[in-house]
Design a protein around this ligand. Structure first.
Ligand SMILES: [Cu+2]
Length: 450
């Protein structure tokens, strides 16, 4: 049935002339995702050579060469996605996954992308940031009619520049993006010597409003989402960014949520080298340790991975490194809950008062949770609970990693004398400043013993 549908759609496209030169060929296969773990793509064995990107907890869409044209096949369809090992969401995506597979091609390529719609409503694909003919821009109703359910449309254009781009529907956009429809589109430079890197990571920031126990996101939410994801995956199950010490590393981040995300990486300063508008010239780059990713924008940054260790990388909005949480809970820091606890326990014996001393206990406690949700603060490191969630992962830099190895090397062992530890000597007197006015510290005099 499905094969008949796509052949039928292909025949109608031939009639328009858009696909005339390949009319005797079938639409390329549409591979499906089988896993929520990072699948490192192989180097291309046809077409121009490039160094593939590593899509965190994602994959790259295989293509075929048809003459000089690189052909891909996307299928827009309902998917099931493990947002974490404890939370499965019923989303809409592409080729079995949300986010959809990353499309990788090379500057100068001509691409032909078949899009089959298996959703219950029409869709379209907008190629965010790419320079292309107006009729290929994927705004339903404006660029072309929406792709009806069961039909296949074909997009075809030349890739005129390299860079970091993305794709998403421009049809019933609020619903289709809230349901997880989006993917990365990476165009590699034609000249492999242009800004080469050893490791090239990519992820999209996306968010869902999914109540604990539910599996279909609420689609009407404007800003108060409760699950903050990278590539439809959240901590503690976002794969680490595994790096060999000394590698030149690029990280590409795009934002398809409804708020900005300051992405902060520990251990390094880095330079912003690209946006979805293009590459930043060397003289215009500046150092950062956090890079704000505005809504609907992409950034690429680079660094030389000279410092070994386990380095946190996360959104700096602290509510975005949390999993499902109620936002209406009162602050109980300093509150005496003993009387309320005894009253509540008359009706619910297992009631546990929490929050009087802060929320860190949430990170250690293994409380019974409803099915299909992930703890708000979670994850265990080598030294205890990490108390994070959502948009958090770890950059793992190690000297002894093979060039194409991305397997998790485990936790970093800090060399002796390089880890903070308890002070067990005498405690000096603590100086307190009780004067609300600015206090000037006198310059040290020459007599000060250096
Ligand atoms: Cu954020």
């Amino acid at each position: 049935m499905y094969r008949r549908q796509i052949l039928g759609a292909g025949a109608s496209l031939i009639a328009t002339g858009a696909w005339a030169q390949t009319s005797n060929q079938q639409i390329p296969e549409a591979p499906l995702a089988v896993s929520s773990h990072t699948q490192v793509p192989p180097r291309p064995n046809q077409g121009r050579d490039y160094n593939p990107v590593v899509t965190l907890n994602g994959w790259s869409l295989p293509f075929r060469m048809n003459g000089n044209v690189k052909e891909f096949h996307l299928i827009a369809e309902p998917v099931e996605r493990e947002l974490s090992e404890d939370t499965v969401a019923r989303l809409w995506g592409y080729n079995g996954s949300s986010i959809g597979p990353t499309i990788e091609a090379v500057e100068g390529d001509r691409v032909r992308i078949f899009v089959t719609n298996r959703l219950p409503e029409h869709t379209s694909v907008h190629w965010h940031g790419l320079i292309l003919p107006s009729g290929m821009d994927g705004v339903s109703g404006l660029s072309h009619p929406g792709i009806p359910p069961g039909k296949t449309f074909v997009y075809e254009f030349d890739l005129t520049k390299s860079g970091t781009f993305m794709y998403h529907p421009h049809a019933d956009e609020m619903v289709q993006m809230a349901m997880g429809m989006m993917g990365l589109f990476i165009v590699h430079p034609r000249d492999p010597a242009f800004m080469p890197v050893d490791r090239d990571f990519a992820f999209l920031l996306n968010a869902f409003d999914l109540n604990p126990g539910a599996s279909v996101p609420r689609i009407m939410t404007m800003t108060d989402f409760n699950l903050w994801c990278w590539n439809s995956r959240m901590f503690p199950d976002i794969d680490p960014l595994v790096v060999r010490q000394g590698d030149r590393v690029r990280v590409r981040v795009g934002n398809l949520t409804m708020t900005n995300h300051p992405i902060h990486m520990h251990g390094y300063d880095f330079e912003v080298t690209g946006t979805d508008g293009g590459w930043v010239r060397p003289g215009a780059r500046w150092p950062e340790v956090s890079i704000d990713i505005p809504v609907g924008a992409m950034r690429a940054y680079e660094f030389d991975a000279i410092h070994p260790g386990d380095w946190a990388i996360h959104c700096h909005k602290s509510h975005h490194t949390m999993n499902a949480m109620g936002h209406d809970i009162p602050t109980l820091i300093g509150a005496d809950q003993s009387r309320a606890t005894s009253l509540i326990r008359r009706h619910q014996r297992s009631f546990m008062p929490m929050g009087s001393d802060g929320m860190a206990e949430m990170g250690e406690m293994e409380m019974p949770l409803p099915a299909n949700t992930t703890p708000m603060m979670t994850g265990w490191g080598p030294h205890g609970p990490i108390e994070m969630g959502g948009m958090f992962s770890v950059v793992k830099v190690r000297p002894d990693i093979a060039p194409d190895d991305y397997a998790d090397p485990g936790w970093y062992e800090n060399p002796p004398g390089t880890q903070a530890a308890e002070w067990t000597g005498d405690m000096p007197d603590v100086t307190r400043n009780t004067d609300p006015r600015t206090t000037f510290t006198p310059r040290p005099t020459r007599a000060t013993n250096l």
